[in-house]
Write a protein that binds this ligand. Structure first.
Ligand code: SAM
Length: 242
């Protein structure tokens, strides 16, 4: 049995969400030095690898093969190998594969290192102009079962809410948020970091109007203000204690 000192290391490595310059020097070094890079999308990884002259062997690792592949990864780590995990874009584990493998490695007593980097939720939150002192990352709302319950749970949350959504569901999601949360301040960021990056900042009703006039295309992250603490409270009041 290998001693802990001889164990390898699992690296969770963020990759760009659009602009290929949004990758850290450390991420590039880790990807170059790894024995294996697990990729959610090997074709997308190939673009990044070509741009940065990375030749590390790649294997696929995604939601539907992670349970089957994890024992192989743990074995490689036990043998002292360095294994990096990248998702299709952004930070692994954030609405992407990452959590399952990280937990398995931690439970097996193997070292896990998460690198900082691109994440659409953080970019959109900061770019939205909505309060970022407290926020809740909601990922994708359930498409069917549990959707209404989730929306009802969010109604009284005073934190800024951040959602991921596909373009084909944007109108439905903004309509539902408007119906359940009221006409709050909100913003969407579209195609962030890419050539056609765009924000709309306003009320949920303004966002909905634009989406209805111009069919949504590309990748969207939606940010919605939390429930103001007091009726009529201004944004500046949100951090005050009641
Ligand atoms: N792991 C990724 C991250 O760290 O941001 C998120 C992956 S999740 C499967 C994909 C969703 O993230 C998209 O449907 C969209 O809501 C959001 N997203 C990803 N890239 C984006 C971009 N460039 N602009 C806006 N939203 C984006």
């Amino acid at each position: 049995m290998s001693s802990p000192a001889a164990a390898g290391r699992l690296f969770l490595v963020p990759t760009p969400i659009g602009n290929l310059e949004d990758v850290t020097l450390r991420a590039l070094r880790v990807l170059k030095e790894a024995d294996l890079v697990l990729c959610e999308d090997t074709r997308r990884a190939a673009i990044l690898f070509a741009r940065y002259d990375i030749h590390t062997p790649r294997e696929s690792f995604f939601d539907h093969n992670q349970a089957q592949r994890t024992p192989m990864v743990l074995e490689r780590l036990r043998q002292g190998q360095k294994v990096a995990l990248i998702s299709e874009a952004g930070t692994p584990g954030i609405s992407d594969p990452g959590f399952y493998l990280a937990r398995a490695a931690i439970e097996a007593g193997l070292p896990v290192e998460a690198l900082p980097g691109a994440c659409a939720a953080v970019v959109a939150l900061v770019g939205s102009g909505l309060p970022s002192d407290r926020f809740a990352f909601e990922g994708f709302l359930p498409a069917k079962k549990g959707r209404r319950t989730r929306l009802e749970q969010l109604k009284d949350d005073t934190r800024t809410l951040v959602f991921y959504e596909g373009p084909h569901r944007m109108i439905r999601t903004v309509t539902d948020l408007l119906a359940h949360l009221g006409d709050r301040r909100a913003a969407w960021g579209r195609e962030l970091t890419k050539v056609h990056e765009e924000y709309q900042r306003g009320r949920l009703s303004d966002l909905l109007k634009t989406l209805q006039e111009r069919p949504p295309r590309g990748e969207f992250t939606l940010v919605v203000e939390g429930l103001p603490k007091r009726r009529g409270a201004r944004h500046e009041d949100l951090s005050e204690d009641d």
